[in-house]
Design a protein around this ligand. Structure first.
Ligand code: SF4
Length: 275
């Protein structure tokens, strides 16, 4: 969406894919859908086609042009592993992340099975890079816990859980192989409530397993009022970030045009069939 982000656990967002379709209860109040649908039909707006799924090849090379190292949330407005995104396009996104390695990338999906399969095969070259963090969303036991197992079975160097919106007590979590846990309550109109004991249980399990814990927000209808303190404390845990030198500008430009020459500048998917 933009070079700067208000999301508490990242610094910037990069959306080489836009739009998505709902898959589980965590999607009910999808902020990305609400935002995108506001602009449906607005000529020339990036979300002129609302929340319809589409690739955006002219955004592919963006991180190669950002010269200051950033923590980048990849596809804040979509799901990279959506079944409608072609594998060769996902590989191209991964190539950019590997090339522009002075940034740290955070990829978050609810399509954990596809992510596992690809990380263990075509995306192996990106899976082992410590500057690329692979994560799954977990909202409840029924849909969320199997995603954690898929993530654990993926050959990723850094794995994380985004437990947001937390909709119920998750019980005993298997945190083996996890490097970061984010927890947050739902916010906005109609927000579903989150109980303190559910959050405390996850925090305590992270503490026992020595997994960094980040408490994003209580949420609710007015999230500014409920804040992000838990038992009087702010939790801002992160995995360790690796540092790589920034590529010289001429190499960046070359890499960017190589990537861009691979795809048509306009959407290369006619995805109306998926809408
Ligand atoms: S998977 Fe994510 S982006 Fe897609 S509809 Fe659900 S919440 Fe929205």
């Amino acid at each position: 969406m933009s070079e700067l982000s208000k999301i508490e656990w990242t610094e910037a967002t990069w959306n080489p894919v836009r739009g998505c379709t709902k898959i589980s209860p965590g999607c009910k109040h999808c902020y990305a859908e609400t935002f995108a649908e506001r602009f449906r039909g607005v000529k020339g707006h990036p979300y002129e086609r609302g929340f319809d799924l589409r690739t955006v090849p002219n955004k592919l090379a963006e991180p190669l042009r950002w010269r200051t190292p950033k923590m980048i949330f990849v596809n804040s407005m979509s799901d990279l592993f959506h079944e409608g995104v072609p594998e060769e396009y996902i590989v191209a996104v991964a190539r950019v992340m590997v090339a522009a390695n002075w940034h740290t990338y955070q990829i978050l999906t609810k399509r954990a099975g596809r992510m596992r399969e690809l990380l263990n095969a075509t995306l192996e070259f990106a899976a082992r890079q410590p500057h690329i963090w692979w994560g799954v969303s977990v909202e409840d036991q029924k849909y969320g816990l199997s995603r954690v197992d898929d993530l654990r079975a993926a050959a990723a160097s850094v794995r994380f859980l985004s437990i947001e919106p937390l909709l119920e007590d998750l019980g005993r979590l298997n945190l083996n192989g996890m490097h970061w846990v984010i927890v947050g309550g739902e916010s906005g109109p109609g927000a579903r409530p989150m109980k303190k004991e559910w959050v405390v249980s996850i925090r305590d399990q992270c503490r026992a397993s020595k997994v960094p814990f980040f408490f994003k927000q209580w949420g609710g209808v007015h999230k500014a009022q409920t804040g992000r303190r838990l038992e009087g404390k702010t939790y801002d845990g992160f995995p360790r970030r690796v540092e790589h030198p920034v590529m010289p500008p001429e190499r960046c430009l070359r890499a960017a045009s190589e990537i861009e020459s691979f795809f048509e500048p306009n959407d290369f998917l006619g995805l109306s069939a998926l809408a």
